[in-house]
Design a protein around this ligand. Structure first.
Ligand SMILES: C[S@@+](CC[C@H](N)C(=O)[O-])C[C@H]1O[C@@H](n2cnc3c(N)ncnc32)[C@H](O)[C@@H]1O
Length: 224
């Protein structure tokens, strides 16, 4: 695990900074704001299913998982949440993450449980939220489920170009249900190209504060 620093973002929520990559885990304009905008509103809430199989690329601080758990409870929607993470954060960092204090009053125990859950199997975190964390390189991950919603939250393509490649998006495309969608904070041309080559139809949406655009990608519906 490389050296990590804690940083306060524009909405007072904490993010992590990796000096060796010069990369933050979230937007410095607001970690919670970004996660709510890109993944909860544009991703989860876009999916009309009663029960959702969700895949996240990059568990990181568990912020996306935590906001999804809270939303699942609010909507009384069953969520099976698989998250891929090659480099889990150190345990000492977890109590310093202020997400339960800012948005999760009453869910403090569940935030702990997200981090303490065993890897490699589904664990019940709350009545509506089951979590399966996989410690594996996305490049070697082989899907064994069908997903309705994808949160694609890898580090930026200039830092980890291999993760934003056509072959990765093809693997994800093939693991999605016909009405499935993928959202990501990144709207770079090279990402759109790789997604289109994998078969996705892409929509550009307004980005979170501090960011002009983001992407939502859906499976193409062939009409012949
Ligand atoms: C932008 S951060 C994810 C932020 C996270 N979703 C959150 O809510 O905190 C990117 C994550 O991808 C992980 N990662 C980096 N390389 C990876 C790889 N090859 N396979 C899987 N995960 C990887 C990093 O350790 C980091 O946690």
């Amino acid at each position: 695990m490389p050296e990590i620093q804690l940083v306060i973002t524009g909405d007072d929520s904490i993010t992590l900074f990796v000096p060796s990559l010069n990369e933050h885990y979230h937007s410095v304009h607001g970690a919670i704001q970004e996660a709510e905008h890109v993944y909860i509103r544009a991703g989860l809430e876009f999916c009309g299913k009663e029960s959702v199989n969700l895949l996240e690329v990059g568990f990181g601080t568990g912020l996306n998982a935590f906001l999804t758990l809270i939303k699942a409870d609010e909507l009384k929607k069953q969520i099976n949440y698989t998250s891929i993470e090659l480099y889990p954060i150190d345990k000492e960092i977890i109590p310093q993450l202020n997400y339960p204090k800012l948005v999760g009053k009453g869910f403090e125990t569940e935030f702990q449980k997200l981090h303490e859950a065993n890897w490699g199997e589904y664990v019940k975190i709350s009545d509506y939220f089951y979590l399966k964390k996989l410690q594996i390189d996305l490049l070697f991950w082989q899907p064994d489920e069908i997903f309705d919603v994808i949160y694609f939250d890898a580090f930026a393509p200039n830092v980890q170009p291999d993760l934003w490649s056509e072959s990765v998006f093809t693997k994800i495309y093939q693991s999605m249900s016909s009405e499935g969608s993928l959202t990501t904070y990144c709207s770079k041309g090279i990402v759109k190209q790789a997604m289109r080559a994998a078969g996705f139809q892409i929509e550009r949406l307004a980005g979170p504060p501090g960011k002009w655009q983001m992407l939502r990608a859906k499976k193409s519906i062939l009409t012949h």
